[in-house]
Design a protein around this ligand. Structure first.
Ligand code: PMV
Length: 317
């Protein structure tokens, strides 16, 4: 047996926040100002593969800029003191960098794979979560399944900044339809955009002051399996985050024509008695949640829309 594993692979799911994170209390450690609440998906995920580099340098096979991943690797090296050069590849089975949480799932998959390769799988979930978080804040949520609460905590080093599954997916089954308006990487990263909002948006503080209320309501909605309350809270929180972005200077607007068409479609379906709600992150794509028995009709309605590149399907798992 070799002393070390030769090649390891780990996967992690994408997650979509229903109560969103849009502001940091520590930029270096990616500690959020407030808590967030998300759902982890079944089909959209990232896979990280690690083996020893055949050269004296790290080799990155990763979509786009590897800076976030380099931060995760450095955190893992600090914890394990293992500095062998590595060959790291990360793939996503869905569009990358377009507000579909690919950095969350890819940094979570990378942290899990580093734990296998550098620590033989022996690091605690808290440590793996710390590694993932320094790459991308929301990656912490992709380490857990179902309905996930990521608590902001107050410790300066993020010791209490952890996520956990608040409810299993089976407690309140939800389907997801994703209207892909644009699958190219976003023009401005969420990290840059958050910083512009912090410095300039008059709504930034208000958004964070209301967070505790949103979190309480979203937990109540899921606990009571109340789709109407979940609709109200999720859309209000999403709109509030985008209002913070739009009132930033320069104004940040990730929406495109197809985004507004998909929102109109959601409102139209609701008027027709189809329960569904939308959520949009740092990108133009629209995620539409519905009870699973309505997933087909939501999908058919979305497929009729112009200005979309494609429509994807998934579910909370
Ligand atoms: O973790 P980041 O830096 O990719 O930021 C994620 C920000 C949003 O997706 C817009 C909101 C969220 O909570 O996922």
């Amino acid at each position: 047996m070799p002393e070390f594993l030769e090649k390891v692979t780990a996967t992690a799911p994408s997650n979509i926040a229903l109560v969103k994170y849009w502001g940091k209390r520590d930029k270096e450690l990616n500690l959020p100002l407030t808590s967030s609440f998300s759902v982890s998906l079944s089909e959209m995920n990232s896979t990280a593969t690690i083996e020893e580099s055949p050269t004296n340098e790290d080799i990155w096979e990763i979509y786009g800029n590897p800076n976030k991943a380099k931060r995760v690797l450095e955190a893992a090296r600090l914890s394990t003191q293992d500095r062998r050069p590595l060959k790291i590849s990360i793939t996503n089975n869905f569009p990358s960098g377009a507000g579909l949480a690919s950095s969350a799932s890819s940094m979570a998959a990378l942290a899990k794979a580093l734990n296998l390769f550098l620590a033989k799988g022996e690091m605690s979930l808290d440590t793996i979560s710390h590694w993932a978080r320094v790459g991308s804040g929301s990656a912490v949520r992709s380490l857990h399944k179902g309905f996930v609460l990521w608590e902001a905590g107050s410790d300066d080093f993020g010791e209490d900044c952890l996520a956990h599954t608040a409810f299993e997916a089976s407690h309140f089954p939800l389907a997801l339809t994703v209207c892909v308006v644009d699958d190219r990487p976003k023009p401005i990263s969420s990290t840059q955009a958050m910083e512009i909002s912090r410095k300039t948006s008059p709504l930034y503080d208000r958004f964070h002051e209301q967070n505790a209320d949103y979190i309480e309501k979203v937990i109540q909605a899921v606990r009571e399996k109340n789709f109407d309350i979940l609709t109200e809270v999720s859309e209000a929180n999403c709109q509030a985050m985008h209002a913070v972005m739009r009132t930033s200077n320069p104004s940040i607007d990730y929406f495109q024509i197809g985004t507004n068409k998909a929102i109109e479609c959601v409102l139209r379906m609701r008027r027709q008695g189809i329960p569904c709600f939308f959520s949009i992150d740092a990108g133009p794509n629209v995620k539409i949640f519905s009870p699973p028995e309505y997933a087909d009709v939501v999908f058919q309605n979305c497929r009729q829309l112009k200005d979309l590149r494609k429509v994807l399907r998934d579910f909370v798992a």
